[in-house]
Design a protein around this ligand. Structure first.
Ligand code: ADP
Ligand code: MG
Length: 300
C-alpha cells in the first residue's frame, strides 16, 4: 500500500476549515504490526478512515495493488472494504444483546461453522460462542471485535485505539494477540500509548498536526532486546498463572493429552514387563530342554 501526498481538509473554504492531514506520504508493507502514534487531534483516525476507504481525501493517492482506491466508485469502495479490510474500533461496535456467534456472523453472506470456530479459538474465546456480549469483559469484547474482523480474511486490519478502554494488562493481552496475527497480515494500530508501541510495534509512525514527524522501524537487535526484557519480566507466578489460564481454556485438549500420555506410559511399561518375562521364560525353557547344547553354545 502506497500513500502519496495525502491531504484531508474538513469544511474546506468555511470558517471552521481544518487541515486534519497535511500532504502525508509513506508505504505500508503486506505484513507486520505498525503503530500510528499521536496526540488527540493529530489526524490518526482521519488517516485510518482514508486508508480503509471509509472517507475520501481532499487530495492525494492511496495505491493498493495497482489501483488508486481514492478514485473508486462507491460500489467498488464497498467491495474493497468488505474483501480487503477489517476494522476494529475503540468501543467494539458490537451488539450487546446478541451473543458472540450472531455478532460475528451477522454481516456474513455465507460461512462455514468450522471457520468461525477456528477464528474464535484463535482469539481464545471458543467457549464463549453462546455468551451475550454484555456478559463479557472489555478485553473479551475486544477479542470478539477482532474475531469479527478476522472472519472476512482481510489482508489488513485497521484498529482505532483498540486498547484505550482497557486496563494495562488486558491491553497487553490484546497486543500479544495482534502481534501473533501480524505474522500473516498487516495490522495497523492507531494509539497514543507510547509504551505499547515501543514493545509491540515493528514500525511506528508519529503524527502531529496532520504531518508525519517521525517514522521509525525497529531493528532486529532492538526487538530482541525487548523480547529479552519481556521474558525476564515473566515471574514464576505469572508463568503458573498463564499455564493455569491456558488449561482452563483448553480443558478438552488437556484431558485428552493426559489420557493419551497415561495410556502410552502404561503400554510402554506393559511391553517392557512382557518382554522381560518372555525372555527369561524362553532361556529357562531352552536350558531345561537342551541344556548341554545351549551351554556349550554360549561358552564358545
Ligand atoms: P485523532 O484521531 O488523532 O484524535 P482526528 O483524525 O480525529 O484526530 O482529527 C484530526 C483533526 O480533524 C482534529 O482537529 C479534528 O477536530 C478534525 N476533524 C476530525 N473529524 C472531523 C469532521 N468530521 N469534521 C470536522 N473536523 C474534523
Ligand atoms: Mg481518533
Amino acid at each position: 500500500m502506497q500513500i502519496v501526498n495525502l491531504t484531508k481538509v474538513y469544511n474546506k473554504g468555511k470558517e471552521t476549515e481544518r487541515v486534519a492531514l497535511d500532504n502525508v506520504s509513506f508505504d505500508l508493507p503486506n505484513k507486520g504490526l505498525i503503530f500510528i502514534l499521536g496526540k488527540s487531534g493529530s489526524g490518526k483516525s482521519t488517516l485510518l478512515n482514508l486508508l480503509g476507504a471509509i472517507d475520501t481525501p481532499t487530495s492525494g493517492k492511496i495505491i493498493v495493488g495497482s489501483k488508486d482506491i481514492t478514485l473508486l466508485k462507491e460500489k467498488e469502495k464497498a467491495d474493497y472494504r468488505a474483501s480487503y479490510c477489517g476494522f476494529v474500533f475503540q468501543d467494539y461496535n458490537l451488539i450487546p444483546e446478541l451473543d458472540v456467534w450472531n455478532n460475528i456472523t451477522l454481516n456474513l453472506d455465507d460461512y462455514k461453522e468450522e471457520k468461525i470456530n477456528e477464528v474464535l479459538d484463535l482469539v481464545g474465546l471458543l467457549e464463549y460462542k453462546n455468551s451475550k456480549i454484555n456478559e463479557l469483559s472489555g478485553g473479551q469484547a475486544q477479542r470478539i471485535a477482532i474475531a469479527r474482523a478476522l472472519v472476512k480474511k482481510p489482508k489488513v486490519i485497521f484498529l482505532d485505539e483498540p486498547t484505550a478502554a482497557l486496563d494495562n494488562e488486558t491491553g497487553r493481552e490484546i497486543l500479544e494477540l495482534l502481534k501473533k496475527l501480524s505474522l500473516e497480515r498487516l495490522i495497523v494500530v492507531v494509539s497514543h500509548n507510547e509504551e505499547f508501541a515501543s514493545i509491540y510495534s515493528q514500525r511506528t509512525i508519529k503524527l502531529e498536526n496532520g504531518k508525519i514527524i517521525d517514522d521509525t522501524e525497529k531493528t532486529q537487535e532492538n526487538s530482541n532486546d525487548i523480547l529479552e526484557l519481556k521474558r525476564r519480566r515473566l515471574s514464576f507466578k505469572n508463568i503458573l498463572n498463564l499455564v493455569w489460564a491456558n488449561l482452563k481454556f483448553h480443558k478438552v485438549k488437556f484431558f485428552m493429552t493426559l489420557v493419551i500420555s497415561v495410556l502410552t506410559l502404561s503400554l510402554g511399561i506393559l511391553f517392557l514387563w512382557i518382554n522381560n518375562t518372555l525372555t527369561d521364560d524362553y532361556y529357562y525353557k531352552l536350558l531345561l530342554e537342551n541344556d548341554t547344547q545351549y551351554l556349550s553354545l554360549i561358552h564358545i
